[in-house]
Structure formats: C-alpha cells, structure tokens
Design a protein around this ligand. Structure first.
Ligand SMILES: C[S@@+](CC[C@H](N)C(=O)[O-])C[C@H]1O[C@@H](n2cnc3c(N)ncnc32)[C@H](O)[C@@H]1O
Length: 235
C-alpha cells in the first residue's frame, strides 16, 4: 500500500474502492483475516464479539433485518448466521462477496453489488446497519456522506468501526518504525473529537463506544442511533 503524494480522494479510489475488485486480492484478504493465526484475526474476533453484543443489547430476542455494508468477505457473517438475523450483504466488489457468500448460511436474504455512497434501497429499508473496516479508509467529506446514506436506509441503530488516534497508537507507530523502517501504516486514525463531530453532523446520536483492544489497537466499535428525522428527505 502506497501513501506517497496522492490526495486522500485518489488513495480512497485506488486503495479502497477499486483495490478489492480482484479475486486474488479478495482471497488474500480473506486468508489474512479468517484463515491464519494473526494479530488481524485476533482483533477481528474481538471486533465481531463487540458488534454482536451491541446488536443483542438493542434487539433482545427480536430478529431485525440488517444490512452488512461493505460486507467484504463476510467477517461479520457469523453474527447473523448464529443468531438468525436476516441480512442483506453489499459491497462494491463482486469478488469479495463471492469469496464470503457461503459464510452467511440461511440468514442471507440477498447480496447486492453497490456503492455505499448511493445505495439502491428505499429510506428505512432496514432496522439496523453494520459498517465495519471502512470509515478509516475514506476521505473526511465522504465519511459524512456515507453515514448520512446509512442513516437514511436504517431505522433503529448502526454499529460501526472507527480508528481512533491516541498516545498508545503514536507509541506503537514509533516502535514499529524503529523495528520495520519501510512499514506502511493503515490509513486514517483520527482524534475521537473529529469522529464524534462527523457522526453528529451526519445526524447520529452516540449510544456506546467499546475498544477492540485498549492501547494496542486503534479500532473502536461505536453504537449509533439512526437519525429518524433525516429519513425520507432524500427520496
Ligand atoms: C477493508 S474491507 C472491509 C470489509 C468488511 N466489512 C471487513 O470488515 O472485513 C473494505 C471493503 O470496502 C469495499 N468498498 C470500497 N469502496 C466501497 C464503496 N464505495 N461501496 C461499497 N463497498 C466499498 C471494498 O470492496 C472492501 O470489500
């Protein structure tokens, strides 16, 4: 991954929107997260546990219709399969979806290739949305646009992962730079205040925040209440 002199929009286009539209890349991503004993797999396992507990806390024994977007190769699929929450999975990459489709089992109601910035669904089509591994990869203006679109299509709540900068992350980067001089860091950790303001600008209320791995990982899982009053305004 290169972060040379290109703008955040160029980086998003090449490294996030287009990069996964490739079978080899999809399989490599899947292997790293689900097929090997790695730090990424461990944090993914923690992430999924937190997402599941946020959903369970909101819905109890109900089975809400959820959208998993972008679904990638289905790292969150286990939640829907095991708890029987009906799910629509979507991604811009058909290749990522093909690799992960089997993971959703009977919970899957459909897979739709789509751009998250402009989904094909009517307002309030879903009770809940899960947006993982995505927001930290996109430019600031697009984050608000994406979250408004997610708020438009979901009625009750959204669970989203974010990458939050802090002293633990800065220390970790320093150590990794010493040990691995050419290491390319994942894009986009931001100050919590910036992330909080972005959610509020998009019309969400923050109901809960949990760290995937305090100090060691920048990733946090956030539970948001969907913005009821913005629904319907973009039909
Ligand atoms: C790092 S993966 C995260 C996937 C999955 N949620 C996870 O946690 O493993 C990023 C995903 O975003 C998808 N993506 C990138 N731009 C997109 C867009 N504009 N609309 C929908 N999906 C997009 C990519 O195809 C890729 O599958």
């Amino acid at each position: 991954m290169s972060h040379s002199s290109s703008s955040p929009s160029d980086q998003y286009r090449t490294e996030t929107r287009e990069a996964y539209r490739n079978r080899q890349r999809a399989e490599a991503y899947d292997r790293q997260l689900l097929g090997s004993l790695s730090w990424a797999r461990f944090t993914m396992w923690r992430e999924i546990g937190l997402v599941a507990s946020f959903i369970k806390g909101r819905v109890g024994d109900r089975k809400p219709l959820v959208i998993d977007l972008p679904c990638g190769t289905g790292v969150a699929a286990r939640i829907f399969r095991e708890r029987g929450y009906p799910v629509i999975a979507g991604d811009i990459s058909a290749e990522m979806m093909e690799v992960g489709a089997h993971r959703y089992g009977d919970a899957l109601r459909g897979m739709v290739q789509m751009d998250i910035t402009r989904t094909p669904f009517s307002s309030g089509a879903f009770e809940a949305a899960v947006v993982l591994g995505f927001l930290h990869r996109i430019p600031a203006d697009l984050k608000t646009q994406v979250m408004k679109e997610i708020g438009r299509i979901s009625t009750e709540f959204v669970v989203v992962s974010v990458s939050v900068d802090g002293w633990g992350q800065r220390l970790k980067r320093r150590i990794v730079r010493l040990l691995k001089p050419g290491h390319a860091f994942a894009p986009g950790p931001e100050a919590w205040g910036t992330i909080r303001d972005m959610f509020e600008d998009a019309g969400f209320e923050i109901l809960g925040v949990k760290s995937v791995m305090p100090v060691l990982s920048a990733e946090k899982i956030v539970l948001l209440a969907s913005a009821g009053d913005s629904r319907g305004s973009r039909d």
